[in-house]
Design a protein around this ligand. Structure first.
Ligand code: UDP
Ligand code: MG
Length: 337
């Protein structure tokens, strides 16, 4: 097989119900694309029948390749693994549940051919998602944009095309808590967007329950903004000013002779309120500290337990453990960073 021009990277976590249809839609897409294309399916520790179904796809068609992670590392690390192992001139990341219609890929490729290096697919409309998800996502993207220190694109998920040059730059960012879409925006290069309608999930339920969504949102905020830290400083300043004014007021009242019964309520309320604020600020510090700890430990970002298909870019993947296919020499892991 000649070196592929395009690589499609698809993270998969318990998507057995969708995989047969995904395979069909992708084959139709591959037929339509003029460029030689590989499909990198990253199994993120599924505990249903996803893996055998994926391996079967590879057996029938070697353009489908499978990266099997040793456990569930989460969506962002699954797409990181896929991008690390892709060898195309342009890499396209998309979800497995067909919410990102494979047909949009041709539009992304067209923009790339026009000379753009990063093409984001932006959701013009979302179908079949709860109003709660749509509404929180809408608000969150705007909130994050106002806080972040890079230009983030609202309503863009991880469905996008990245060319080789930008991808190599992205591969050099090995931070532990990854908000990949923010990291891509941070890269710069010639970026553009393509609009699409986000379809309903083909089968199964979301793999992003509220708990994971909150964690993801915190990672995003903390990776791309120092505003929460500055918030602690500001609130401290406000409280210092307030207590100073309060002191002045008390002196004024005393001098005017209006000072009557000393109220314990105001004291208790004041003390508990300030205590609450301090705990909150400690919590904010803790969030940053925890991430610093993760980063300093410098564990591998993900561990590949096996590969199915021919991967020719097993050069060096920093901060990851990639076991080579059977018969190949020693495992490739480079913990230099
Ligand atoms: N996914 C993954 N690991 C996870 C959670 C999700 O690889 O821990 C994959 C999932 O199989 C899907 C994509 O990430 O291909 C997006 O997940 P999902 O569709 O559940 O998220 P939503 O579209 O509801 O935000
Ligand atoms: Mg989905």
């Amino acid at each position: 097989m000649t070196a592929p021009t395009l690589s499609l990277v698809i993270p998969i976590y318990n998507e057995a119900e969708t995989i047969p249809e995904l395979g069909r839609r992708l084959k139709a897409l591959l037929k339509r694309l003029k460029e030689p294309t590989e499909v990198i399916l990253v199994n993120d520790g599924s505990h249903d029948d996803s893996l055998p179904l994926l391996v079967d796809l590879n057996r029938r068609d070697p353009r489908f390749k499978v990266v099997n992670l040793s456990r569930n590392f989460g969506h962002q690390l699954a797409i990181t693994a896929g991008m690390d192992l892709a060898s195309g001139e342009a890499v396209i990341v998309m979800d497995a549940d067909l919410q990102d219609p494979p047909e949009v890929v041709t539009q992304l490729v067209r923009r790339w051919r026009e000379g753009y290096q990063i093409v984001h697919a932006v959701r013009r409309e979302r179908r079949g998602e709860t109003w709660f998800k749509r509404w929180t996502a809408h608000l969150f993207y705007r909130f994050l944009q106002s806080m972040a220190n890079v230009d983030l694109i609202a309503d863009a998920g991880d469905f996008r095309l990245i060319d080789r040059q930008a991808l190599e730059a992205l591969r050099s960012l090995r931070e532990s808590n990854r908000y990949v879409r923010g990291m891509v925006s941070w890269l710069g290069f010639r970026q553009t967007t393509v609009e699409y309608v986000r379809e309903e999930r083909f089968a199964g339920t979301t793999k992003y329950p509220l708990r994971k969504m909150l964690r993801f949102a915190t990672d995003a905020l903390i990776s791309f903004s120092n505003v929460p830290l500055r918030f602690a400083l500001n609130i401290g300043f406000v409280f210092a000013a307030l207590s100073f004014l309060g002191g002045l007021l008390a002196i004024g009242l005393k001098l005017a002779g209006a000072f009557t019964i000393p109220g314990w309520v105001s004291i208790v309320v004041g003390v508990t309120f300030v205590g609450g604020v301090q705990l909150f600020i400690l919590g904010v510090m803790g969030e940053y500290l925890g991430r610093i700890y993760e980063q300093v430990k410098a564990r591998p970002l993900y561990i590949v337990s096996d590969l199915h298909g021919s991967f020719d870019t097993l050069l060096s993947v920093p901060r990851a453990v990639v076991t080579p296919p059977a018969g190949a020499p020693a495992p490739i892991h480079d913990r230099a960073r």
